[in-house]
Design a protein around this ligand. Structure first.
Ligand code: 5AD
Ligand code: FES
Length: 360
């Protein structure tokens, strides 16, 4: 039974059915939802937007996710691995440009050489920035020992999207083998939280087979798990992946975009003090996509500072933005964009999740 929409917006926690009702909002109701989420955002996290300079340093990946352009079985991809000195140069750029924080992201690898290399890079980045750069890492599923090692070396936030909180849906978008297990993903998230990382997760919106109930459960999952940071965005089909076969069953890109904004808005109302990233995939659909998300609830943005020559090879989905820009271009462009969204850049600040602080 649907309750009156205005009454619904007065609440600050929702049942699954209520979330579904909010997810289906359109027109004036959607507008009211966005006004409410913006109000909550300004009241609880303010209008500061924090930068996380994103370095996508390698697309070599041992996973085979059915949606992802850089999956191991995609033989059309030029594989690259940016040398350490180039990564450190990008880190220096971020530090000099007062970014506050970095995100190191790559395809998933679990060999010892990789693990040791990351440990070393983390230490080097801490050194070159006098401990000033905050470091988020996003390198998939690892053992608890590895997560611990990287935490000690200087990483303090970790992003690991659950992709979907529904194990059945997870199974449909991943190969059916022990290398792609929902239970492992969950255990990894728990390990990260136990170690003391600011723990981030997220999902894709508009996946084949996904229902409104799935999305409502995803939001409830984030709440239940007491997550500190979220990055979620629209699913965008990639023609070199198995899921492309279902492209005709999807909602339009524009609808996926609007639904993603409603997801961010609802999450902001429920989890008032977490960090929410404005996903790059939003900009792949709408040139002003990330700014729109900042207006209605997100407070983190990840300018791409990967050395330009490799950007075009990190195509998780098609139409990815900013692949021709240099890091400097992205910085200038970002400033203009954030001003446009009535935001203010939190230069030289970590912009840690307030939620994490209140949890500890
Ligand atoms: N569309 C949108 N997002 C994608 N990701 C991977 N492939 C796609 C796609 N086709 C997201 C996943 C992953 C993150 C790094 O990128 O959620 O966790
Ligand atoms: Fe990269 Fe605008 S954010 S060019």
């Amino acid at each position: 039974m649907n309750i009156n929409f205005d009454t619904l917006l007065q609440k600050d926690s929702f049942t699954k059915d209520e979330i579904v009702q909010l997810l289906k909002a359109s027109g004036e109701q959607e507008k009211a939802l966005f006004e409410k989420s913006r109000e909550v955002k300004l009241k609880h996290v303010g209008n500061k937007v924090y930068f996380r300079g994103l370095i996508e340093f390698s697309n070599i990946c041992k996973k085979d996710c059915l949606y992802c352009g850089i999956r191991a079985s995609n033989k059309m991809v030029n594989r690259y691995d940016i040398a350490d000195d180039q990564i450190l140069k990008a880190a220096k750029f971020a530090h000099e440009h007062k970014y506050g924080s970095l995100v190191l992201q790559s395809g998933e690898r679990t060999d010892t050489a990789f693990i040791d290399r990351i440990t070393n890079l983390l230490q080097e980045i801490k050194k070159l920035s006098d401990n000033e750069l905050g470091i988020t890492i996003s390198m998939g599923e690892q053992t608890k020992e590895t997560y611990q090692k990287w935490f000690v070396a200087g990483a303090h936030r970790y992003l690991l999207r659950i992709e979907s909180s529904n194990p059945e849906l997870y199974k449909k978008i991943h190969p059916n083998n022990e290398n792609h297990s929902h239970a492992t993903r969950l255990k990894c998230l728990k390990d990260l939280q136990d170690i003391g990382y600011q723990t981030g997760t997220g999902i894709m919106i508009g996946l084949p087979f996904q229902t409104y109930e799935d999305l409502a459960n995803d939001i409830l999952f984030m709440k239940e798990f007491d997550i500190d940071m979220v990055g979620m965005g629209p699913y965008i089909e990639h023609n070199q992946t198995p899921l492309y076969e279902y492209k005709d069953s999807l909602m339009s890109l524009k609808d996926r975009f609007r639904l993603s904004l409603r997801m961010i808005a609802i999450l902001r109302i429920i989890m008032k003090d977490i960090n929410i990233a404005s996903a790059t995939a939003l900009q792949a659909i709408d040139p002003l996509g990330r700014e729109k998300a900042l207006k209605i609830g997100a407070n983190i943005i990840m300018p791409n500072i990967t050395p330009t020559q490799e950007r075009a090879n990190y195509l998780l989905y098609q139409n990815k933005p900013c692949i021709d820009e240099g890091a400097d271009d992205c910085t200038n462009c970002m400033e203009a964009r954030i001003n446009m969204a009535d935001g203010e850049i939190g230069y030289d600040q970590w912009g840690d999740s307030l939620h994490y602080k209140s949890r500890h």
